[in-house]
Design a binder for this molecule. Structure first.
Ligand SMILES: C[S@@+](CC[C@H](N)C(=O)[O-])C[C@H]1O[C@@H](n2cnc3c(N)ncnc32)[C@H](O)[C@@H]1O
Length: 336
């Protein structure tokens, strides 16, 4: 067993590291796909085990520098691609023995601290929130979509109860001038009646905008579908989510594919009584009290994982239908 390195305060901290390592078992070697490379915390730990290989993806090209540091030490065992994980199936993986696919969703400490990305409410200037490989920014959303569309984005992606009032004020105020980050925070603070002193009043709207700008719903859904396709039999999909919408999607995907009915009826050779995935632990794995103390932003993390039990790639899932109402909202971006 390997020791966990506890980083200094304010450094990037790979969430649920010990738990993930014990689930994906890199000590037996194989190829691991890290869909959310970030600062390489999980990838680096896996590479400490000989006979492992990492294929790392990240949509944020600012993660390239860190990838080059790792590449120097693990020339033949590390591949990095600036790619969205929804496109995982475009990797040429013919002879790879993919043992696990890891998703550590959301954003990193480095990204939230990067004022240019505008992910936090103390950012200044033009609204942004693009994590990388985006088609539009939060400024386009706030300044161009209709009141109704903004309401729904805030309601469904942020669970913001005061979505209507906030959307109304935005539409009024943008008649005067383009709304930037400080202006949006002021609008939210002065509009909201319900005060929650534990979280910043702009948290929910900012979450909603980040999800919308980065199309995080369809990214996750296609990421899960494609991860299931590239995995080998007995391989593991492990997902760390940070908010209830993500967790709901992951839970539904794992649950329905571990029920008999989800196996493709178009694949006659496959014994339809078997399930594609196996969920070993039904409840999500949460960070320990010690981890939350070291890294408070891990407090909302939930880890779920499933094992692929069939070595075939074609399967049916109704996940796109199930979450169509969210994808329809994401598609408001077509009007930008
Ligand atoms: C929480 S951080 C991952 C941290 C990483 N596990 C580590 O230990 O350093 C999430 C990373 O995923 C990336 N990301 C988010 N959505 C993505 C997507 N759809 N495709 C590829 N990368 C994504 C972000 O840019 C960010 O760097």
């Amino acid at each position: 067993m390997c020791a966990i390195i506890i980083p200094e305060k304010h450094m990037h901290y790979p969430v649920l590291l010990k738990e993930i390592i014990s689930i994906i078992s890199p000590q037996y070697g194989g190829t691991f796909i890290d869909c959310t490379f970030g600062q390489g915390g999980h990838s680096s730990k896996i590479l400490e085990f000989s006979n492992t290989k990492i294929i790392a993806l990240d949509r944020d090209k600012d993660t390239l520098k860190k990838s080059l540091d790792i590449k120097r030490n693990f020339e033949n065992r590390f591949i990095y691609k600036n790619l969205k994980f929804s496109q995982l199936n475009n990797l040429k993986l013919k002879n790879e023995n993919v043992k696990a696919v890891l998703f550590d969703l959301g954003y990193s400490y480095i990204q939230i601290k990067d004022k240019k990305k505008g992910l936090s409410f103390d950012s200044k200037g033009e609204l942004n929130m693009k994590m990388g490989l985006n088609d539009f920014s939060a400024s386009d959303v706030i300044n161009r979509l209709s009141q109704k569309e903004l309401e729904e984005i805030f309601k469904f992606f942020g669970e913001e109860r005061e979505n209507k009032k906030i959307a109304f004020r935005i539409v009024q105020e943008r008649k005067e001038k383009v709304i930037n980050t400080e202006h949006l925070v002021r609008i939210i603070q002065s509009t909201k009646k319900i005060k929650n002193y534990k979280i910043h009043s702009a948290t929910k709207v900012f979450q909603a905008l980040r999800i919308f700008v980065n199309k995080e719903i369809s990214e996750l859904i296609y990421g899960l579908i494609n991860a299931t396709k590239v995995l080998k039999k007995d391989g593991i999909i492990a997902v760390v989510s940070f908010h209830s919408i993500e967790d709901k999607i992951v839970k539904y995907f794992f649950k329905t594919l571990s029920e008999t009915k989800s196996i493709s009826r178009y694949m006659p050779k496959v014994d339809s009584k078997k399930n594609l995935l196996k969920v070993i632990v039904k409840k999500p794995i949460l960070p320990s009290a010690r981890e939350i103390k070291e890294n408070p932003s891990s407090r909302s993390a939930k880890l779920r994982y499933a094992v692929k039990k069939q070595d075939f790639y074609d399967f049916e899932t109704d996940i796109l239908d199930k979450f169509k109402y969210l994808i329809d909202i994401e598609n408001y971006s077509k009007k930008i």
